[in-house]
Design a protein around this ligand. Structure first.
Ligand code: ZN
Length: 194
């Protein structure tokens, strides 16, 4: 078992588009195993190679519950073929320790990818954690981060500041978030009068 060093925001490797894997050899198989070890050790459900400093299109996901046997999936060169619907839910990221906020994702995706044996596979995920994780991890391969997809960018900024990942003023942001939710309440359309 080998643990890899996690890269944290704002490490520039997280903003880079990762390159395609052309040959699935023993070095790719070792990388996949090390990524899984690192993900399990950090209690994550997904990890993309850029998060361990490797700018290659490979990611691992395991959404099995704590009492269930492990069910790792290795995705090489994943590509979303179909996406539709929408779902909002809390999301975290191993590159942003202790940061959680709501992110909107498609509620159904069809993804094609290669496995470690080089076979081409297709998988459909709908309305579940796997569906969310696939979209989050593929974004990593394209250099995109979940902070740019927050339902409320202000709340995301607040969580980042609270975790010490930015120098933004926590009190100021808290006040802004509070006045924002007040504004939303005030702007809520009144029922039509007849
Ligand atoms: Zn992430």
């Amino acid at each position: 078992m080998a643990l890899l060093k996690l890269r944290y925001y704002p490490d520039p490797v997280l903003k880079k588009k990762a390159g395609k894997i052309t040959i699935i050899d023993s070095s790719v198989r070792k990388l996949a195993q090390d990524m899984l070890d690192t993900m399990y050790k950090s209690d994550g459900v997904g990890l993309a190679a850029p998060q361990v400093g490797v700018s290659k299109r490979i990611m691992v996901i395991d959404v099995a519950g704590e009492d269930e046997p492990a069910k790792p999936i290795v995705f090489i060169n994943p590509e979303i073929l179909e996406r539709d619907g929408a779902m909002v839910g809390q999301e975290g990221c191993l590159s942003f320790p202790d940061v959680f906020f709501e992110v909107e994702r498609a509620s159904r995706v069809v993804v094609k990818f290669q496995n470690l044996q080089g076979q081409s596979l297709k998988l459909t995920a709908e309305n579940n954690l796997l569906c969310r994780a696939i979209q989050h991890e593929i974004d990593h391969l394209d250099g995109k981060l979940f902070i740019d997809q927050a339902v409320s960018p202000l709340k995301a900024d607040l969580e980042l500041a609270k975790a010490g990942l930015t120098d933004d003023n926590v009190e100021e942001l808290t006040q802004k978030v509070e006045s924002q939710s007040l504004t939303i309440k005030l702007e809520k359309p009144q029922p039509a009068m007849k």
